[in-house]
Ligand binder design. Structure first.
Ligand SMILES: [Zn+2]
Ligand SMILES: [Zn+2]
Length: 203
């Protein structure tokens, strides 16, 4: 069972995509938790950027999340946002991947090659640890590639079969509206993830 299942009542009321000052965010775990409490947001997931060779202390980050759990009356998940590599592997250490509650994947810097993208997407969707596809469609928007409709059907089917969430990302207005509409027919599970980099961006 994917970790998110346990928290499914909060998919749309929680904030499931947050970066702290451990990477490129501007606020601390504490500051986000305080703000979530003020706004009545019941769940926060800290999906910190990771790479195979990390340049910050991931355990200190996990400790901060643990301390916050004791301090705030919120559901607080540890997580990571891992970059998909050609072939569909994730740029993250396996030990780290299995330690966090909520790993999500994203296409960041990726070769501008549609077939390579599609192969990697299909492969990563069957990774048993991934919970959600972060800012889905951003790579296509940036590259100008169009997703053929039959491929979209295959993607939706794989999301459904593998119980992977599709992120609703207001910051980028993603996924495209037509994906949301056709995704509802499967039905896919959507999750709110705002890719917060500062407390003002949650809620
Ligand atoms: Zn991202
Ligand atoms: Zn992010």
């Amino acid at each position: 069972m994917k970790a998110w299942r346990k928290y499914s009542p909060y998919l749309l009321s929680g904030e499931w995509h947050i970066h702290t000052s451990y990477t490129d965010g501007h606020n601390s775990v504490d500051e986000y938790c305080r703000r979530a409490g003020e706004l009545g947001i019941p769940l926060v997931a800290f999906t910190e950027h990771v790479r195979r060779d990390l340049n910050y202390d991931f355990h200190a980050f996990l400790d901060a999340v643990d301390r916050a759990r004791d301090e705030y009356d919120l559901i607080i998940l540890s997580g990571c946002e891992a970059k998909v590599l050609p072939g569909g592997t994730l740029d993250v250490d396996h030990d780290l991947l299995i330690q966090v509650d909520y790993p999500i994947f994203a296409f960041h810097s990726f070769p501008k090659d549609f077939d390579l993208y599609l192969d990697a997407l299909y492969a990563v969707l069957s990774n048993p640890y991934v919970n959600a596809w972060a800012h889905p469609g951003l790579f296509l928007r940036k590259t100008g590639f169009q997703m053929p409709e039959d491929e979209l059907d295959t993607i939706f089917q794989k999301l459904k079969d593998n119980d992977v969430l599709m992120e609703l990302n207001k910051k980028y207005t993603l996924p495209p509206a037509e994906w949301i509409n056709s995704g509802k027919n499967y039905p896919l599970n959507f999750v709110r993830g705002s890719d917060c980099h500062r407390v003002e961006e949650i809620g």
